[in-house]
Write a protein that binds this ligand. Structure first.
Ligand code: PLP
Length: 265
């Protein structure tokens, strides 16, 4: 019989960005570019542009659960990710739904603070990720400040990144990618710790640009796309790194601030 769901499908569970550069918009553009059909559960709506987040409002937990049910009734989701989750109540409702349905490997991007400084997840929400949602994660992808918040201490060095990755793995995530892009060193160094204990670094020359809005969303969505297409975790992460690097390098001139990436680079 003809399989109505043979085309690879992925899901993003996150917040919108009216400016088109981050959140669900960046996720869907990235997934499209990676050859995967993208679906979305909207957790929050932001009023946002390249300059910053002016306001946001979270969607009711009931409507969030209804979005999950709608997707489960019709699609065959092969991999999923979370982004902006707003607060503890919304982390909990996402946790409940991810336990209920099988949407394949789950990439948790623990979005906390936007580059413009807006807090996209409350302190209680961070605790709910740490104590609950992270236990469902196939991969978690914190940047340095997010990793420090998850382990509750400063990361001082390269070897410190690996120690931090192990501590984050101990919180319950199977695989960990700590992104080094938030520093100011000439080389950006990311650290990966895989489920089987293997670890490796990914290095790239820093691209000096302020147009880095949505980098975290983009790398996690590229990884999710490759997982939906059947890649193993290591290949998917390496692909994601290359994808986001190209998207940063091939800057486009849109907006006055932190600028969107070039997702079709
Ligand atoms: N807005 C939303 C809805 C997001 O999900 C994110 C990041 O994940 C951001 C804004 C922040 O983007 P950036 O910090 O890259 O500017």
């Amino acid at each position: 019989m003809n399989d109505v769901n043979s085309f690879p499908q992925a899901l993003t569970i996150a917040g919108t960005d009216s400016g088109g550069g981050a959140g669900i918009m960046a996720d869907m553009k990235t997934m499209q570019e990676c050859g995967v059909f993208s679906t979305a559960v909207v957790v929050a709506v932001t009023a946002q542009n390249t300059i910053g987040v002016q306001n946001f409002q979270a969607i009711s937990p009931k409507l969030i659960s209804e979005q999950f049910a709608s997707l489960n009734d019709d699609f065959k989701i092969k991999a999923c990710k979370t982004g902006m989750l707003a607060d503890a109540e919304h982390v909990e409702v996402v946790y409940d739904n991810l336990k209920k349905y099988d949407f394949g490997p789950f990439v948790l991007d623990p979005v906390m603070i936007a580059k413009g400084g807006s807090q996209l997840l409350s302190d209680e929400g961070i605790d709910a990720i740490k104590n609950k949602l992270i236990k469902l994660a196939t991969l978690v992808t914190p940047n340095m400040p997010e990793a420090e918040r998850l382990i509750g201490s400063k990361i001082e060095s390269q070897s410190g990144m690996l120690v931090a990755a192990k501590k984050i793995q101990d919180l319950g995530a199977k695989n960990v990618l700590i992104k080094g892009g938030h520093g100011d060193s000439e080389m950006v160094r990311d650290v990966v710790l895989l489920e089987n204990g293997e670890s490796f670094k990914m290095s790239s020359k820093r691209v000096h640009t302020i147009r880095t809005h949505g980098t975290g969303d983009t790398i996690s969505s590229a990884i999710v796309s490759r997982l939906a297409l059947g890649d193993d975790m290591k290949s998917a992460i390496l692909y994601g790194k290359d994808f986001v690097e190209a998207a940063i390098k091939n800057t486009i001139q849109v907006g006055h601030g932190h600028g969107p990436l070039n997702h079709w680079a």
